[in-house]
Design a protein around this ligand. Structure first.
Ligand SMILES: [Mg+2]
Length: 221
């Protein structure tokens, strides 16, 4: 167990967990968006992979942190590609991060309300649930698209607290995205944890402003 995590879960009654990069390996999503989509887009537009990648990256950057960025419908329409189908083609790459499934099984035995709080689109969550059953571990699942605001915005947290009253002093929130953690902090959530190894194929990140753990299992063991 990470020494600073000792008792952190004993002092909370709500645990909010992000999905991609916190429980599930971000390598899958990175592969889809940074490899497969540019390749398919280049084919469709009859352009070089380099040009397609440059064009897409520019677009990705401009929408980062917005609900559109997380919307497979938006990208399907804009790029005229079936984004869900591309995800389905590569479904074998969907996997838990090291220790995440073990953690989810252990946390079920705690007297804590466990929530999935994700920016992922409903169709993607559905696919991931079909493949590895991620949805079975939670008391409730909240998708930012249902609130019309991403976790990066205060509106999301306001709407979440209306749907699910929680005590900001007795809630632990875990995410791999520092901007999302900043947003949760601004809302007043006290216990914030950053995952530093969200992608099995990338090197570990450094948590500068939050308590960092490589994976969720460190919260218990
Ligand atoms: Mg994430």
């Amino acid at each position: 167990m990470h020494p600073s995590c000792r008792n952190i879960l004993n002092k909370c009654d709500t645990l909010m967990l992000d999905m991609d990069g916190t429980l599930l390996d971000l390598a899958y999503d990175s592969f889809i968006w940074l490899d497969l989509v540019p390749k398919e887009y280049a084919k469709k537009m009859n352009m070089s992979l380099g040009d397609a990648t440059a064009q897409l990256y520019k677009h990705f950057m401009s929408l980062q942190g917005t609900l559109k960025w997380y919307s497979s419908d938006y990208w399907s329409e804009l790029l005229d590609l079936d984004i869900i189908k591309l995800h389905q083609m590569e479904r074998d790459k969907i996997q838990y991060l090291t220790g995440a499934e073990e953690f989810l099984n252990l946390i079920k035995t705690y007297d804590i309300r466990v929530l999935l709080v994700t920016n992922a689109h409903n169709d993607i969550l559905k696919l991931k649930s079909e493949v590895i059953g991620i949805d079975q571990y939670f008391d409730q699942v909240y998708i930012s698209h249902d609130f019309g605001a991403p976790k990066e915005s205060q509106l999301f947290w306001k709407k979440l607290s209306n749907a699910e009253p929680f005590d900001i002093k007795r809630t632990v929130f875990v995410d791999d995205n520092e901007i999302v953690l900043d947003s949760a902090k601004q809302f007043g959530i006290k216990s914030l944890i950053q995952i530093t190894k969200p992608d099995s194929k990338q090197k570990q990140q450094i948590a500068k402003n939050y308590l960092g753990v490589k994976g969720v299992l460190e919260l218990i063991e």
